[in-house]
Design a protein around this ligand. Structure first.
Ligand code: 0O2
Length: 205
């Protein structure tokens, strides 16, 4: 299958409606979680929630990278992040509070958890990734849709945004200096995130 055909399948109304339905379900859950935590701690928790549906060229690239043929079935079955939701908050510990509440949702099945905060990627990338199966019920049928939720601080989001523009998925041979600098900034960001959390904790005493 070529990317054009994949693009056609990914643009079908039923496919898009189902993805949109799941995104809305999750965003409502996140609003409830935000309300619960902000009421409990008396401060704003989530700074930003955004979503995207992966486009055909990005799906094709990832299928090739993972060694699969470019087919609609492989895209739907093998990739975890066709639906991606990103939650950004100020403090590192809020990420884990949100993650705990997401894991408590009876209708969400946790498939995989990747803690790139405790174990940053080689690039320096930090975020907590939770991959869930979320049910979509229509008439008698229940089908599940896979979703990746990325949780990160504002500082981690800043880092990932810059990395995305400069290094991520770019020609590595040309990027040694930028890669090294970003790796160092990732360590700085981690240190700063911890200090900001301590500042807040001390202010709460
Ligand atoms: P895009 O453009 O965001 O769609 P899995 O199949 O779940 O086991 P996966 O998805 O192959 O593993 O890999 P991984 O490393 O968990 O990465 C998932 C996503 O995290 C990526 O999606 C990026 O959004 C983000 N990410 C991972 N590593 C980096 C990095 O070094 N820099 C930046 N800026 N982001 C990163 P995609 O599909 O690669 O990209």
């Amino acid at each position: 299958m070529n990317t054009e055909l994949l693009n056609h399948k990914l643009s079908e109304p039923e496919f898009l409606l189902k993805k949109d339905w799941i995104i809305r379900q999750i965003e409502f859950k996140l609003k409830m979680i935000d309300l619960e935590l902000s009421t409990k701690h008396n401060r704003t928790i989530m700074q930003k929630v955004e979503h995207r549906i992966k486009d055909a060229s990005s799906i094709a690239r990832k299928l090739i990278k993972k060694g699969y043929k470019i087919t609609f079935e492989n895209a739907d079955e093998k990739l975890n992040d066709i639906i991606g939701i990103r939650v950004v908050c100020l403090y590192r510990d809020d990420i884990y509070s949100i993650a705990d509440l997401l894991k408590q949702q009876k209708d969400f099945t946790l498939i995989k958890e990747k803690d790139y905060i405790k174990n940053p990627k080689k690039s320096g990338y930090q975020s907590l990734h939770l991959i869930f199966d979320v049910p979509l019920i229509y008439k008698e049928a229940t089908e599940t849709q896979r979703v990746e939720i990325q949780l990160r601080t504002v500082a981690m989001d800043f880092w990932a945004g810059v990395d995305n523009q400069i290094c991520y998925k770019k020609n590595p041979a040309k990027l040694k200096t930028a890669e090294l600098a970003l790796k160092n900034y990732s360590t700085e960001i981690s240190r700063m995130d911890k200090q900001m959390m301590e500042l807040r904790k001390n202010a709460e005493l």
